[in-house]
Design a protein around this ligand. Structure first.
Ligand SMILES: Nc1nc2c(ncn2[C@@H]2O[C@H](COP(=O)(O)OP(=O)(O)OP(=O)(O)O)[C@@H](O)[C@H]2O)c(=O)[nH]1
Ligand SMILES: [Mg+2]
Ligand SMILES: [Zn+2]
Length: 355
């Protein structure tokens, strides 16, 4: 049932409003391509619950600064939502990382922590699966994210021993994240995030002059600036670490595969190795979140397992991963964030990311 008098922050417009105890549910009419209001007070309670699960609410958007948008009708019925944003330069690997993360969660990658996930926003999740998870599972490389994206990429329901919470991910274009224009709506999600995953791409040894070793990481800087007063946890991820097979600590961590426990000492050891790697690679600018946020962990991940190559076609160039899609350690940053935000509890979890 709906919990009344509860303040909820909309994950789309970042406005806060009282979650209404109303009988209206909006259902998406596929054929007409629009949401239609439906009064559920006339149907049985079993049907009401079912319609709420698959339905939406129209956000009142008190600031009146966004186009009409809808959030899952059951969004306010669970514990505090956990909103996670990805931040990183264009092409740093945010979308591949998020896709492989969501996929690993769905194939029970968090089961050893007593956590399962399912779709909360069914339409959004179906779109996410069709556009990202399925193509990646088939070995295709995903296109860059278009600018102007303001909506959450996916909204899931996280069921953990600590409670059930909506889990929201934002993944906007790197190009928008390096744009300092305050009117840029794509970065507004930062106002509502509970944790940030900062994504740094490890260098492609075949390319030179890559931005990853630049003295500045604009996307990190701008996000840190806007989150300055928020004491939220963060994770720095060196993704595309499959490229670091000649860098012994990275190779060793990736080779170790996925973890099944929260072990604060191990997470600290990996964080130390990633820190040293970024420092020696001259990418000190990507370490800024470590100084800016009170709790921060660092990770090596690979979303794909290898570099994409172009596919021979007559049409426009497509890219694919010739050895298939083999993610490694993509859930580690998420597990650390779950520990640092209290979604995973216990003595070890409390120590994660502590200085
Ligand atoms: N080797 C390797 N390449 C990767 C990996 N993840 C992503 N890539 C490549 O990096 C490129 C950019 O990845 P995206 O996930 O689209 O990067 P993004 O940060 O979302 O980029 P924007 O949406 O433009 O901001 C893609 O062409 C992928 O082929 C990885 O784990 N390993
Ligand atoms: Mg992207
Ligand atoms: Zn809204």
């Amino acid at each position: 049932m709906t919990t009344s008098h509860r303040q909820v922050r909309c994950p789309v417009c970042a406005d806060e409003f009282e979650w209404p105890d109303e009988p209206m549910v909006w259902l998406y009419n596929q054929a007409a391509g629009r949401y239609e209001a439906f009064d559920v007070s006339t149907v049985s309670s079993v049907k009401q619950a079912d319609l709420r699960r698959g339905g939406y609410r129209k956000c009142p958007n008190p600031s009146g600064d966004m186009v009409e948008h809808f959030i899952p009708a059951s969004y306010g019925d669970y514990g505090e939502p956990l909103v996670i944003g990805l931040v990183g330069a264009p092409s740093s690997g945010k979308t591949h990382l998020l896709t492989s993360m969501v996929r690993q969660m769905h194939i029970n990658g968090l089961a050893s922590h007593g956590i399962t996930v399912s779709a909360l926003d069914f339409l959004r999740h179906r779109r996410f699966r069709e556009q990202f998870i399925t193509p990646l599972e088939q070995g295709g490389a995903l296109p860059g994210t278009g600018t102007g994206m303001t909506e959450a990429a996916d909204i899931l329901l996280l069921r953990a021993p600590t409670g059930d919470r909506p889990l929201v991910f934002f993944d906007v274009a790197g190009e928008d994240l390096v744009n300092p224009d305050a009117r840029n709506r794509s970065t507004r999600f930062l106002l509502g995030v509970d944790a940030v995953i900062f994504v740094h791409a490890s260098e492609d040894p075949l390319e030179t002059g890559q931005s990853s070793t630049a003295s500045e990481n604009r996307s990190f800087e701008l996000a840190i600036e806007r989150l300055r007063d928020r004491r939220i946890p963060a994770a720095i991820v060196v993704t595309k670490s499959d490229r670091l097979r000649f860098v012994p600590p990275a190779e060793r961590w990736l080779h170790g595969g996925d973890e099944h426990t929260v072990n604060a000492a191990r997470i600290r050891a990996e964080s130390r190795d990633v820190y040293a790697y970024l420092h020696h690679a001259g990418a000190g600018a990507s370490l800024r979140p470590f100084e800016a946020f009170p709790r921060c962990t660092l990770h090596f991940t690979s979303a794909s397992g290898g570099d994409a190559v172009p596919v021979e076609t007559d049409g426009p160039t497509r890219w694919h991963f010739p050895r298939g899609f083999r993610p490694s350690r993509v859930l580690e940053p998420l597990v650390s964030i779950l520990a640092m935000t209290g979604a995973i509890s216990g003595h070890e979890a409390e120590k994660v990311g502590m200085p």
